[in-house]
Structures are given as structure tokens and as C-alpha cells.
Design a protein around this ligand. Structure first.
Ligand code: DQA
Length: 147
């Protein structure tokens, strides 16, 4: 049976393509989601994507993923650096969670270096643009294969 993977994109990621392309690349969110779905099919994984600009909606989506999905890829965007609520929601999950950032948050402004998620996820993939999401998908694939 295909594993079900949820991808959650946080605020302003709906503007990818036109948003600071020198930092975040030219790919749109639709490009990223399509690539994830295509690669997911090759790995027998069914990928569902969700984007919200609202912290509470992201918390609700994480809660609702329990019992439905087998893995989570999350780019909380600016909430990475501020949201204890999203951290606490991720702590509810038993499934593997991978944190992704398009840019390398460790070589940008100091306020982006801290992530409220980094110590409660399996791992963090930063700085590889949209490829980072595909790396995260492969990481979850291997974790689920082993379990
Ligand atoms: C981001 C990095 C965050 O600091 C920023 O607020 C974003 C995008 C990234 O993917 O590089 O919105 O999460």
C-alpha cells in the first residue's frame, strides 16, 4: 500500500516564483508540489500538499495528520523562528518529520538561525532550493522502508 506523505508550506511560500527569487529560486509552489507528487509516485508514495499563511491553520493541519499520513515534510517559513505552537503540534506526531528550508537559514540574518523545530524533527534540509523537498521525500522513504 502506498505511503501517504503530507507536505506543509508556511506563510508567503504561496508567492514563490515572484518572491525574492535570488534567495528562494524561480520555482513556484505548484512546481514544487508537482515534482513531489511525480517523485512520490515513483517511490509508491502519495503526496498531499497544504499551504497556509496562518499559524493556527498549520497547527490544525498537523493535528489532523494523525492517523492519516505516514510522514510529514514541513517548511514553516517565518514561523520556524517564532512558533512554539507548531513545535508542540509536531511533538504530537509519531511519524517521521523532516524540516525543509529553500535557503540556507544558517548563512542569513542571525534571527533565522534558530529553529523551534530542529530538535524535534528527524532532520533539517536547508539551502538546496526545491531539491531539498525531494531529498526530504527520499529521507522519509528510507525511514519508512526500514520501519
Ligand atoms: C524559509 C526561510 C525562512 O527564514 C523564511 O521566513 C521563509 C522561507 C526558506 O524556505 O528558506 O519564509 O523557510
Amino acid at each position: 500500500m502506498a505511503h501517504k506523505i503530507l507536505v506543509i508550506h508556511g506563510p508567503n511560500l504561496n508567492m514563490l516564483g515572484m518572491r525574492e527569487p535570488e534567495t528562494y529560486g524561480a520555482a513556484t509552489l505548484a512546481d514544487i508540489n508537482n515534482a513531489l507528487k511525480v517523485h512520490g509516485r515513483e517511490l509508491d508514495m502519495e503526496v498531499t500538499a497544504f499551504q497556509s499563511n496562518l499559524e493556527g491553520e498549520m497547527v490544525e493541519k498537523i493535528q489532523q495528520s494523525i492517523g492519516v499520513y505516514d510522514g510529514l515534510i514541513i517548511n514553516p517559513a517565518a514561523y520556524t523562528h517564532t512558533s512554539i505552537a507548531i513545535r508542540d503540534a509536531v511533538l504530537l506526531l509519531k511519524m517521521p518529520v523532516v524540516e525543509v528550508h529553500l535557503s540556507n537559514i544558517h548563512k542569513r540574518e542571525p534571527f533565522r538561525r534558530h529553529s523551534y523545530l530542529s530538535d524535534v524533527v528527524v532532520g533539517q534540509i536547508v539551502g538546496f532550493g526545491m531539491q531539498g523537498y525531494l531529498m526530504a521525500l527520499h529521507a522519509i522513504f528510507h525511514i519508512l522502508q526500514e520501519s
